[in-house]
Design a protein around this ligand. Structure first.
Ligand code: NAD
Ligand code: MG
Length: 369
């Protein structure tokens, strides 16, 4: 992949079947948002900005004021922050707000927030009146590099993560990277777990760049953030274009997720998703090492990078057998065979259907304290 240039505003268009579907616009403030909305010709529509209680305090007024002149009316729906509110009860409240405000099929939703807001708002948009338009305004690192792109939407059902969902493409992804300046460190760190994964699975040059520029990224220097978000967007865009409904290449994004999800679940979601995935990736790299695909130096470099970004490199208090049992409930199972993502080298992943229980046990031993 060619190196991504540094520019203050970056635009990439996501295509499906070679048709342009939506733009991902990356800037350093919200000022270009009205212009982007006008391009969608929604000027006579109602808009509902969906956000959570943390993002509301930081960005809702600014975004609302900017968008008010381009729409018929702008309302907002705020729900309490946290994964535990990504459920059908919150969706129900949102439907009710839309109905009481007479939203019809021509009206639109905007998700202002992290992946929780994006997934929930997108799901409501996919289902309200059999589908209305929505846009993503992601404000966490994870949502800017990952969840806002690709049209996967959904909510949790009881203890089951993302159990109810739909594919529903946004009309626009508008990323203001400056919002990352207010993100708590642990959330930034979790997002870096997914960022590093992008390099490991798809792009050795990106991975090298991350190793070399870790200090500027961790200091959240705008230029480093710009390049990180742009580069990761480019990787995610290419993957979802090739495989919009996760039949093939998109599964590579699940590197670290088979063991990561199992750990996340057994830890009762007290460990952040990006952290679980990064640790799962470390375990998976141990399988790759045993198979002679990566070497110990490469594992050490990855572990050092995790440490630099305050990502945990080990897990305690879990039983390896329970973790392995939990991987069996993973959505990545197909006809009883686990589709494990491995690296055949740093910067290139593939789907492997031959990972044994013993390999998983040894991989877990490498990350368990
Ligand atoms: P999140 O949405 O819960 O945000 C994390 C925390 O940061 C929240 O407390 C939020 O209020 C706060 N926050 C958001 N933006 C902020 C800002 N700019 N400044 C200060 N605080 C801010 O979590 P997330 O990590 O963004 O997303 C996780 C969710 O994304 C999970 O539910 C996961 O299932 C989903 N996800 C979806 C996809 C997909 O393809 N649809 C992919 C990956 C993850
Ligand atoms: Mg993930």
């Amino acid at each position: 992949m060619t190196e991504v240039k540094n520019e203050k505003m970056n635009r990439v268009t996501v295509h499906l079947d070679e048709k342009p579907i939506y733009d991902i616009v990356m800037t350093e403030d919200f000022s270009a948002l009205p212009g982007e909305i006008e391009k969608l010709s929604i000027s006579n529509r109602r808009l509902c900005i969906v956000t959570d209680s943390n993002v509301e305090k930081l960005y809702l007024n600014e975004v609302k004021e900017l968008l008010a002149p381009c729409c018929k009316t702008v309302i907002s729906f705020v729900f309490p922050a946290g994964e535990e509110h990504k459920n059908l009860d919150t969706v129900r409240d949102l439907y009710e707000t839309l109905i009481l405000n007479h939203f019809d099929r021509n009206d639109m939703l905007a998700a202002l927030g992290g992946g929780v807001v994006g997934d929930l708002c997108g799901f409501a948009a996919a289902t309200y009146l059999r589908g209305v338009a929505f846009m993503q305004i992601p404000t966490t690192l994870l949502s800017q590099v990952d969840s806002s792109i690709g049209g996967k939407t959904g909510v949790d059902f009881d203890a089951y993560k993302n159990m109810v969902g739909a594919f529903h493409m946004p009309k626009l992804v508008f990323t203001n990277i400056n919002t990352l300046q207010t993100l708590p460190d642990n959330q930034f760190s979790a997002g870096m777990g997914e960022v590093i994964k992008h390099g490991l699975i798809k792009d050795a040059a990106y991975y090298e760049w991350l190793l070399e520029n870790a200090a500027d990224i961790w200091a959240r220097k705008p230029e480093a953030l710009r390049k990180t978000v742009t580069w990761s967007n480019e990787i995610k865009r290419a993957v979802v274009e090739k495989d919009p409904t996760e039949k093939g290449d998109r599964m590579l994004l699940n590197f670290g997720h088979t063991l990561g999800h199992a750990i996340e679940k057994l830890k009762n979601f007290t460990m952040l998703h990006g952290h679980c995935v990064a640790v799962g990736a470390l375990a998976a790299m141990n399988i790759c090492k045993e198979r002679g695909l990566v070497n110990q130096d490469e594992i050490n470099a990855y572990r050092a990078l995790m440490e630099y970004f305050s990502i945990p490199t080990s897990v305690s208090g879990l039983d390896p057998e329970e973790v392995i049992a939990a991987t069996k409930n993973d959505k990545k199972m197909e006809a009883g065979v686990i589709k494990f993502i491995l690296l055949d080298r740093v910067g290139h992943a593939y789907i492997d259907r031959t990972v044994t229980k013993e390999e998983m046990e040894r991989a877990l031993a490498a990350i368990f304290r």
